[in-house]
Design a protein around this ligand. Sequence first.
Ligand code: GLU
Length: 550
Amino acid sequence: MDYKKLAELLFPEITGKPEDYEAKYPARQLPEGAKVTRLGPSPTGFIHLGNLYGAFVDERLAHQSGGVFYLRIEDTDDKRYVEGAVDIIINSLKFFGINFDEGATMDGDIGEYGNYTQSQRGEIYQCFAKKLVEEGKAYPCFLTEEEISEIRACQEANKCNPGIYCQYAKCRDMSYDEVKASIEAGKPYVIRLRSDGKPAEACDEVKKIQVEDAIRGTLEMPENCQDVVILKTTGIPTYHFAHVVDDHLMRTTHVVRGAEWLPSLPIHVELFEKLGWKMPIYCHTAQLMKLDEEGNKRKLSKRKDPELSLDYYRNQGYHPAAVREYLLTILNSNFEEWRMENPDAPIDEFEFTTEKMSNSGALFDLNKLNDISKDVLLKISAPELYDFLKAWAEEFKPEIMHIFEDREYLEKILDLGRNDKKPRKDLIYAQQIIEFISYFFDDMLKIEDEMPAEVPAEDVKKILDAYLASYDHNDDQSMWFDKIRNIATELGYAAKPKDFKKHPEEYKGHVGHVSTVIRIALMGRAQSPDVWEIQQILGEERTRARIANY
Ligand code: GLU
């Protein structure tokens, strides 16, 4: 068979040469050890935690080493394309501190290795498919869907592996004239790799290949024997082919991708080999898992777990620094230890490595994120938090913009209890913070809790009247509390909880119940930070009005 002639028949319009592309996209001039990584999302408009998790690895590997991190849009599955998706990807990642150096943007490409959108690279894929055909390493296949189903049924009956390989690859040895006649008859065809691999039924032992994975170490897997499709009937490449061609020509050094690609790795190994190219270093990240209600580990699902979507963290108002900090704890097993030793160091000083990544499923836990967020927010100053909350509210809760009118007031609220020796950790994410501090604003004050059962209704009034009568905004904390104690004893409540516990028959309740009455009148809640401090922030007028109006 004259493969050159066959290649011309299949790709008459492809005149570009592989060496032209090699010259157009030369090896990158980067310092020794610099890594080139990429994110290759499909533009579906849905950007999820897994993307962020992978992007984080890409970003760290590239930027820690003085390399390049670029964005490639993998839109070969055009049914899933969503308008504006590129912007969504770039902006969502930027929010979490992840920036690309190169690649696709809404306003066109940045960088010398484009085009960075796969649907614009048709000629490149075809040129390399043509090269493989010329060398007898790929061939046109005219099998119809029905024929492929028949092959599958036969394989099932004979307990053979499914797929198009060896004797099932019926179009492998078509003659030039047969191919030409089929094309002229208008029969659709794909281009398949002519695999050299041997399946189990054709040899004593399937050959194993070894691949060094930067996260998983040496992987040993059976070699590929499938004549996989590299170009579909439309001429569009499959993931396998586009990955190999793009990562070669864009000079990617490290391919970070999900573990779901591990089973197809032997295909990629064979493609790199057939094209005569050096493989990049693969980094197959662990799947993101969560514990379900029954305590079983399962994959995060788009349908069941809203926290899989990155929008979730934006809507809830998680601070990007908290999400980054949390991601690093699940990404690198030594991060938490480093953080303990370097509590105030900027996060980028931590040296991220693929070796310290888990390969068995990274457990994602919202409660842990919340705990970390509490610590991270503690280190963010009140003015900075104010700005963050304001920007969040503008986008997600415009109806509360009035709380930002008095900057000083809100900053004091945010700082409440945060500068103590043992600081309070009340603040987690914007949605929760707004709810937590809502009682400071008259229009958002809600009476959420009931008065303590120990205090009858007539005592509530007596306590509040006495409190108002004795209230002096200038009292210091101990003077203020002495007055509450007095009110308590005068009305038959123990001045100390322990006295009440010892002799419950002698009292109606204790000073704690009395101060809860005041707390509820002031804040609508039985639990809150220190009442005296809250009153100092509320100011005299607001404090008096709340007690009087309860
Ligand atoms: N487009 C692929 C995906 O969205 C990218 C996989 C890769 O990074 O190679 O899963």
